[in-house]
Design a protein around this ligand. Structure first.
Ligand SMILES: Nc1ncnc2c1ncn2[C@@H]1O[C@H](COP(=O)(O)OP(=O)(O)OP(=O)(O)O)[C@@H](O)[C@H]1O
Ligand SMILES: [Mg+2]
Length: 346
């Protein structure tokens, strides 16, 4: 390595970013995951009409549903793509600044950003531009299912089919991968957020109780299950009673939450089945042998692997640390320039 390259490596900080609907994770070359925060920004309108950032990440997520009129807690990424360009830019800028140490701020970072499979040129451009304006020197995009597969340790470079099902906040991506390429991909906008919505609607209809999005997520994480036969759990939840209009506490069971989630879970199951139907036979045979790997936060839903195993008849397992597979996979690509060239999309 030339002296210049060594100096360059010392001073620059290359980053891989999983800019997710629910969470943003940053991986720094040589350091691993250095940031993991909810993709939420709290802003206040100034007198001149501009959005002033009050909080980003965890602090901002806590404010969701709890803000007075002048303050808004915003999730700028929706269904895996940028819904609010300006706020995404501000959020990225903040996360990138927090990810750099003073000595490494001398050279602007080279950044890999993971994007959902099959997004439009306009959407890709929006992601790239927001990263450049947030201070990146070079920006590369790689597809999330590919990054997830690498992060989950699948043999993506071999001529052997692997299936990855990445269930995030906004999208579920189902991909069959072989020889560094995505052979087939299905993507649906049913994932963690839809599960939360289904719970909110169920509680409103069946219990006459209005709950916020954070409560719905807590219920899902604590007692949610994809298998109606799993052991019954009970949780006390608080919300606003729709009849009397006052706060109220009620009990809800995991069986009820399973019922609430049934339709959304069926959509995920059907998308997996559809992807299997469209997989070329040799690769389908590989998947029968190697099974299906689940990644993303949704993979942590209790017994989701059991449900998918029952419905597809295939071996299904949850990847290790499913929430960070995508960013760890992208981080590995950062370390392998040849792979980076092969996997980046234009
Ligand atoms: N233990 C759990 N059980 C069920 N769901 C969970 C659990 N932990 C996290 N989740 C859900 O996982 C989702 C977030 O997953 P993840 O961080 O992979 O999404 P993302 O990458 O931000 O979204 P996307 O890939 O769609 O852009 C949220 O909906 C969250 O509620
Ligand atoms: Mg994701």
């Amino acid at each position: 390595m030339s002296l210049f390259n060594r100096l360059y490596d010392y001073f620059s900080q290359d980053l891989a970013i999983d800019l997710g609907t629910a969470n943003t994770l940053v991986y720094a070359k040589g350091h691993g995951i250095i940031l993991n925060e909810p993709s939420v920004v709290a802003v206040k309108k100034t007198v001149s009409g501009e959005d002033e950032v009050l909080a980003v990440g965890r602090e901002a997520k806590f404010m969701l549903g709890r803000t007075p009129g002048s303050i808004k807690a915003i999730r700028p990424i929706k269904d895996g793509v940028i819904a609010n360009f300006e706020i995404t830019q501000k959020m990225l800028k903040y996360f990138i600044a927090r990810s750099s140490t003073p000595s490494r701020r001398l050279i602007r970072p080279r950044i890999i950003i993971c994007v959902p499979f099959g997004i439009t040129q306009v959407e890709k451009k929006a992601v790239k531009e927001s990263a450049y304006s947030a201070g990146a020197r070079e920006v590369y995009l790689i597809e999330e299912p590919m990054a997830a597969a690498i992060g989950a340790g699948l043999p993506i470079t071999e001529a052997r089919g692997s299936m990855i099902v990445d269930i995030g906040g906004g999208t579920t991506g189902i991909a069959v991968i072989s020889l560094n390429g995505i052979v087939h991909c299905e993507s649906i906008k049913v994932a963690g957020d839809k599960f939360d919505e289904a719970i909110t609607n169920f509680v409103r209809r069946q219990k006459n109780l209005l709950i916020g999005e954070r409560t719905a997520e807590n219920i899902k994480i604590n007692i949610g299950t994809a298998d109606s036969a799993s052991k019954e759990k009970v949780m006390e939840i608080k919300g606003r009673d729709l009849m009397i209009g006052a706060p109220k506490t009620i009990k809800i069971t995991s069986g009820q939450i399973n019922e609430a989630l049934t339709d959304s879970l069926n959509e995920v199951v059907n998308a997996v089945k559809l992807a299997l139907e469209k997989t070329p036979p040799e690769l389908a045979a590989d998947i029968v042998d190697n099974g299906v790997i689940l990644t993303g936060g949704g993979a942590l839903l209790n017994n989701l692997d059991v449900l998918l195993r029952e419905k597809t008849g295939l071996p299904v397992s949850v990847a290790e640390s499913p929430l960070s597979c995508v960013v760890r996979g992208a981080g590995q690509v950062l370390d392998q320039l040849a792979l980076l060239r092969e996997l980046t999309i234009t």
